[in-house]
Design a protein around this ligand. Structure first.
Ligand code: GLU
Length: 534
């Protein structure tokens, strides 16, 4: 392979093979001489990249300059090359479908459906303990996502600023661990769900707050961090603001947090020399940091991406800090619903009183859901619905099995490769007559009617090879379609006749006379039949 690559590179340099830029040109031009600029940007957006992505800055600037020199706003091969060459690696990755969600548009269509579904929900109460929260309309609803490759999708009120509130807790914990390491941070804070309300005046048996996701733990955590520019880096320099009004109101109405503060002070929970009241101020300020759904999705994506911000490539947090944070979000992030959320959704998340849910699909994407109405436990009603629906649709639950063929969608890159592998395994087992392998595939709910690039099914192959037992298994146990046509129009019966496999011809003919597509539907009975046959 080394030699092969060297060979390819030399041929490319010598102009024998088309350059990456030319390949990209041909891909997008679709046979035309020129690419209109809007065609390029439309194709780009379909991959999930944004024209404002910092990683495409050079390309976009060059595009702007170059377009001024054209009369028709279109790029020929030469101009196109000039525009794309400084970001060619990322662009090639995008158009060759090398991103974590290769088929981004269909995935986004699913997200939009889930969004619409949750939009219809009307329950819940907007928090009203301070006027800055009470003023939000209960109709606001937004979902934004950012993958670990920086693919973006956003739907609803995604540009409205709101306060992170408790969604900031995992972030400041991550910063504390990044700065000081796990051992030091956990001298002051536990790692166990409290089983108590988030703002309870209570410590664990060692007189430490239970974990950094409840107020007591988060207040102590605040005393361990200093710098704020972390927030900007986490969000890839997208919108991070501050609501001074919220800060003032939180402080004025924060009696409970003051009580916790004094209790923590009495129990010596802070590092030596800490000024408790200024830490409380800092705590209220952190709650009052403003984000938009869009910018917060980048923060979540940084957590999904092991601490590297996907759109700037900057390493913001240590892997240790991210792993700890995700673990504690998983067990303690959703108030008194944390256990159930871990059970049903199986993903790390943190919600806040402003209606945000910061959701992480590790190694895939970060999502921010935002809608102000909260359920009795303090979680966004629409947000919870969305998270639950997402995991019913896609195999994102931490304990969803990725290897066997569950019925959920796998939008990840490996999903595609897996499908190809599965056809090959299936047809190979049919070719060799390995009924036990076929039984295993059927049990793991593999689609037994899958076709290869010639539209050949396992039944075609088994019939052509004369594997009577395989043919019987596919027909009777799996109830596959007995008359699929391959790309030459041949059915399994044609194959069996052609190769003179009389036993197979008989099985197919007998089955055919019984089989009636109108009858109860073969698929519905398939599982029942499998139980009997396996
Ligand atoms: N400012 C609120 C508090 O500290 C945050 C509430 C929340 O989002 O859970 O009580």
């Amino acid at each position: 392979p080394q030699r092969q690559r060297h060979f390819t590179v030399t041929r490319r340099k010598a102009g024998i093979l088309p350059s990456l830029e030319d390949l990209l040109f041909y891909t997008i031009a679709e046979g035309q001489e020129k690419i209109p600029a809007h065609k390029f940007t439309t194709a780009l957006k379909a991959t999930g990249l944004r024209t404002g992505d910092p990683r495409l800055k050079e390309c976009m600037e060059m595009l702007k300059v170059t377009l001024k020199t054209t009369s028709d706003g279109a790029l020929d091969r030469h101009l196109f090359k000039k525009c794309v060459q400084s970001n060619i690696v990322l662009l090639t990755q995008a158009f060759r479908k090398k991103f974590v969600i290769p088929d981004f548009q269909p995935f986004c269509a699913h997200i939009d459906e889930l969004y619409e579904n949750a939009k219809n929900m009307s329950g819940g109460q907007v928090a009203d303990y301070i006027p800055q929260l009470a003023r939000f309309s209960p109709d606001l609803w937004a979902v934004s996502l950012c993958t670990i490759d920086g693919q973006r999708h956003t739907v609803g009120d995604t540009k409205v600023p709101f306060c992170l509130q408790s969604c900031v807790k995992p972030l400041k914990y991550a910063i504390a661990v990044h700065d000081h390491g796990t051992e030091y941070v956990h001298r002051f804070i536990g790692k166990e769900p409290s089983g108590l309300r988030f703002n309870k005046l209570f410590l664990n048996e060692d007189d430490k707050p239970h974990n950094p996701m409840v107020n007591a733990g988060a207040i102590v955590c605040t005393s361990l961090i200093k710098v704020m520019n972390f927030m900007n880096k986490l969000a890839g320099n997208e919108y991070v603001g501050f609501s001074n009004a919220t800060f003032q109101s939180e402080r004025e109405s924060g009696d409970r947090n003051f009580a916790i503060g004094y209790y923590l002070k009495e129990k010596k929970c802070f590092p030596e020399g800490t000024d408790m009241t200024s830490i409380l101020d800092f705590y209220f300020q952190l709650c009052s940091i403003e984000v938009t759904c869009e910018s917060a999705s980048v923060m979540a994506a940084t957590l999904a991406n092991g601490g590297f911000c996907p759109i700037t490539g900057e390493r913001v947090l240590s892997p240790e800090a991210v792993r700890n944070t995700l673990s504690l979000m998983h067990s303690c992030g959703m108030y008194d619903f944390s256990g159930q959320f871990a059970f049903h959704v199986g993903l790390p998340a943190k919600s806040g009183v402003a209606g945000g849910i910061l959701l992480v699909v590790p190694n895939v994407m970060g999502i921010m859901c935002w809608s102000p109405p909260l359920d009795k436990l303090g979680n966004s009603v629409r947000g919870i619905q969305f998270c639950t629906d997402l995991v019913s649709l896609c195999n994102f639950h931490n304990y969803d099995n990725l290897r066997h063929f569950a019925k959920k969608l796998d939008p990840r890159r490996e999903g595609g490769d897996q499908r190809v592998k599965s056809v090959i395994n299936l047809l190979f087992a049919a070719y060799t007559g390995d009924v036990s392998a076929l039984r295993r595939f059927a049990l793991s709910s593999m689609d037994m009617e899958q076709r290869d690039y010639d539209s050949r099914t396992a039944l075609h192959v088994a019939a052509a090879e004369g594997h009577a037992e395989v043919v019987r298994f596919l027909l009777e146990a799996c109830k596959v379609n007995p008359v699929p046509r391959d790309r030459w129009g041949n059915t399994p019966m044609d194959e069996a006749v052609h190769f003179g496999h009389h036993d197979v011809v008989t099985i197919l003919r007998d089955y055919h006379t019984q089989y009636s597509p109108q009858a109860s539907g073969p698929k519905e009975n398939a599982e029942q039949n499998l139980d009997g046959m396996l």
